[in-house]
Structure formats: C-alpha cells, structure tokens
Design a protein around this ligand. Structure first.
Ligand SMILES: Cc1cc2nc3c(=O)[nH]c(=O)nc-3n(C[C@H](O)[C@H](O)[C@H](O)COP(=O)(O)OP(=O)(O)OC[C@H]3O[C@@H](n4cnc5c(N)ncnc54)[C@H](O)[C@@H]3O)c2cc1C
Length: 397
C-alpha cells in the first residue's frame, strides 16, 4: 500500500460514511464516496452524541462545529391522550441529564458538519481529493491479493485498496460480500418513522418536546424553535418487514389513526412530507466485520438501534479507530482490520445488548411498565431533584 497513495471506496454518505471519508483522508488516503441518493439527504431526528464518538469528534476537529448545533428543549412534556400534561421536565434539568460531554444534535446536522469538513479538507493544500458521487451504488465486488475492484452501477470499475460498506441497515455492500440480509438481521419488532412538520400542531408549544406513549406506541413532536419541528413515531409490531413493505403512508395512519392528541394533525401532514424516514428497528449480527479488503462500518455492521441511543456516536468512533489502525499498520491491512475490530466490537456488543434490554420498555403496552419506564423522568420533574441535577451541571460545566 505504501508505493502509492492508498485508495478507498466508501459506500454511503451517512454519518458512518462521511466520518470514514474524513478520517481516512486525514490519514492520507484518497477517497471516493458513492451515495445512492441523488443529492445530500437532510433532516432526521435528534440524537444523543456522546462517549467515544464525542472524543473521536474532538480528535477529528469537528467538535466545535457540532457544539454549535447542540439543541436543548425548553421543556419536555409527557402528555395524556386528551392532551393534558402528565408531567414535565424543565430544560435546565434536561441539560443536566444529557451531561457535559454529550450533545443533542439533529442527525442531518451531524451529516452537514461532516460533509463541510470533508469538503474543506479536500480543498486544503496538499490534501488528496475526496470525491463524492451521488446517485451511484455498488453492484459488484471482486477481490484479489493486491486490491479490490468495485463495480458501480454506471459500469465503472474502480480499483481500490479498501472498500468500506457504510451503507446502513440494508447495506448492498454487505449483501454482495457477506450474504443475504435476512440471515444476519435481528428484528427487535418495532418500527420508527420520522419527518419534518410544516406547521407545529396546536397543543405543542414552540421550543418544547412533547410525547405520548400508549399501548405499544409513542408519538413525539420535537419543536426546534419557531419554524422547525420533527415528528417521531416508534411502535411495536410482530411483522416489521410487512410494515416496511406497506410503507409509511399506509402503516403510520394504520398504527396511529385512533391515537388522539396531535396525531390527526401530524398524520395529515404526512402525505405532503418531503421525505419520510421509515424503517424497522433491527440489529445486524455478524461474527466478522471484514472479509479481505472489504470492511463494514456503522449500521451496516452492527446497528445498535435507537434503543441504545448510540449509533451515531459509534459510527464516528468506529471511523476514527479505523483511521488510527490504518495509520499504525500502513503495510498490513489484515492486521489493521483485526486490531480495529478488536477495539470496537466490545463496545458495539455492549450497546446491542442494551438495545435489546431497552426494547421492552420503549413503548410498553401495559400501564405498569410505562409507569416504571417514566419513573426516572418523573423524579427529574420534581423540583428538589431538578434543582439537584441542575446544581450538578453547574458544578461540572
Ligand atoms: C429514530 C432514530 C433515533 C436515533 N437516535 C440515536 C441517538 O440518540 N444517538 C445515536 O448515537 N444514534 C441514534 N440513532 C442511530 C443513528 O442515526 C445511526 O446509527 C447513525 O446515523 C449511523 O448511520 P449510518 O451512517 O451507519 O447509516 P445511515 O444513516 O443509514 O446511512 C447510510 C447511507 O448509505 C446510503 N446508502 C444506502 N444504500 C446504499 C447503496 N446501496 N449504495 C450507496 N449508498 C447507499 C444511504 O442513502 C445513506 O446515506 C437513531 C436512529 C434512529 C432511526
């Protein structure tokens, strides 16, 4: 790999793909990113960005910009089906609960920051180029001892030293190299749907995150100031792949049609929504994340799920660790990939386990479990506990 500048193809321009492009480019690699969507995707839900991902973002130089995108609701309201508030957690308490080495950021904003960093870095003096091709996917992968030939859907064959599959839960790279998705996917029997709202429904105040959980389903509306709001749906199902096949326009009204509160207003905005995220909540279970010169990273490899609340963080941490391992072993790709996996796998497996444990409490069907789930938040809403948490924040910030 040393005789020439090493080259990689990264499939997918999500958080995993863009952070891999950024980090490998920082390590001196020439990078081609291919993204199936015709242009940059925007939007998405708010995610907690913390732990190893937070530290990695610091090393990669994107933390200051990410910090400017940090959002904290003025208040979190937990409501009843008739819209009355069960209890509220004030913004400063939410801040204290998030902690001081963690951010609450829109998924699309993390992508924005990464995209900007990749573009800035690639235009810097002496940098190797990062190319991004939209509307492109991978249709073939052939490996030999000296490289990997990646066939794109326009017929181009790109010769690289490493192929990174960062193409998410339904990864084409994984299917081509590791086998059919159905053999590797563990469904957690829930669906998630997210889209931006044009107007904030009556009953949700600007700046507030409000949510209702009943009979195995949650609807949350996250207001991000006067002109931005996101609707989030998460519900249980015994047939996730059938729900996926039906699509959000059929499945979400079916699951939430009788919910009450702001659900009718939110569902009325679904038909005109510009883009809707809708997918099963599933984990990927693979005993190895690399085969020869092909490695999977992010949701394509592990998908810890939103129950673990750590997928974005782990994607960035995984990309940083991959770059570091390749720097340590510039002439020994198998050693680099082995070391990288040994570093990341324990954390990914811990978070997957957490995700499986939390799934039963996420949108509980029975009232006792709901009460149990809400107990810590209810406690946080009481003034003495709230004051204690806020003091803790002042002490640590
Ligand atoms: C509702 C929800 C809430 C979440 N909350 C949190 C949280 O609080 N904290 C947290 O850390 N994480 C959270 N996550 C997880 C987090 O969003 C993901 O784990 C993270 O974004 C990493 O995703 P990724 O880049 O691996 O995959 P993706 O975001 O799926 O990106 C994959 C990219 O590859 C592209 N692609 C797909 N197929 C192809 C193909 N064949 N060819 C080319 N391109 C392709 C896609 O268009 C996409 O751009 C949440 C997820 C969901 C769904």
């Amino acid at each position: 790999m040393n005789a020439h500048r090493p080259r990689t193809v990264v499939v997918g321009a999500g958080i995993a793909g863009l952070s891999t492009a950024l980090r490998l480019n920082q390590a001196g690699w020439e990078v081609l990113v291919i993204e199936r969507s015709p242009s940059r995707r925007s939007g998405g839900y708010a995610v907690t960005f913390a732990g190893a991902g937070y530290d990695a973002a610091g090393r990669m130089g994107i933390l200051p910009e990410l910090t400017t995108r940090h959002i904290i609701p003025d208040r979190m309201d937990y409501v009843r089906p008739d819209g009355r508030t069960r209890f509220s957690v004030p913004g400063p308490t939410v801040r204290a609960m998030v902690g001081d080495r963690a951010l609450n950021v829109l998924r699309g904003d993390i992508e924005d920051v990464l995209y900007q960093a990749v573009t800035d870095q690639a235009s810097g003096q002496g940098s190797s180029p990062v190319q991004i091709r939209f509307g492109t996917t991978v249709v073939g992968v052939e490996q030999d001892p000296d490289g990997v030939d990646v066939t794109l859907d326009d017929g181009t064959i790109y010769r690289a030293d490493l192929l990174v599959g960062a193409d998410g839960l339904h990864s084409a790279t994984r299917r081509l190299v590791f086998g059919p998705e159905d053999d590797l996917r563990l469904d957690l029997n829930h669906m998630a749907g997210v889209f931006f709202l044009d107007t904030l429904p009556d009953g949700v105040e600007p700046g507030v995150t409000a949510s209702l959980t009943d009979t195995g389903r949650t609807l949350a509306v996250v207001s991000l100031g006067a002109d931005r709001a996101v609707a989030f749906f998460g519900y249980r199902t015994e047939r996730p792949m059938d729900e996926l096949a039906d699509g959000p326009q059929v499945a979400l009204p079916r699951a939430y049609g009788d919910m009450g509160w702001v659900a009718p207003d939110v569902l009325a905005q679904l038909a005109g929504a510009e883009s809707v995220y809708f997918d099963t909540i599933s984990q990927m279970v693979l005993d190895r994340w690399s085969r020869g010169r092909v490695v999977l990273l992010g949701d394509a490899a592990w998908c810890v799920t939103l129950f673990a609340g750590y997928g974005s963080s782990l994607a960035v941490a995984g990309a940083d660790a991959l770059g570091a391992a390749l720097e340590r072993h510039p002439d020994d790709l198998p050693a680099a990939l082995h070391e990288w996996e040994a570093e990341i796998r324990p954390e990914a497996e811990r978070k997957q386990k957490l995700g499986r444990q939390i799934k039963g409490l996420y949108a509980p069907a029975d009232p006792f479990r709901l009460w149990l789930r809400d107990l810590p938040l209810r406690l946080a809403s009481y003034r003495p506990v709230s004051a204690l948490l806020q003091r803790r924040l002042q002490l640590t910030s």
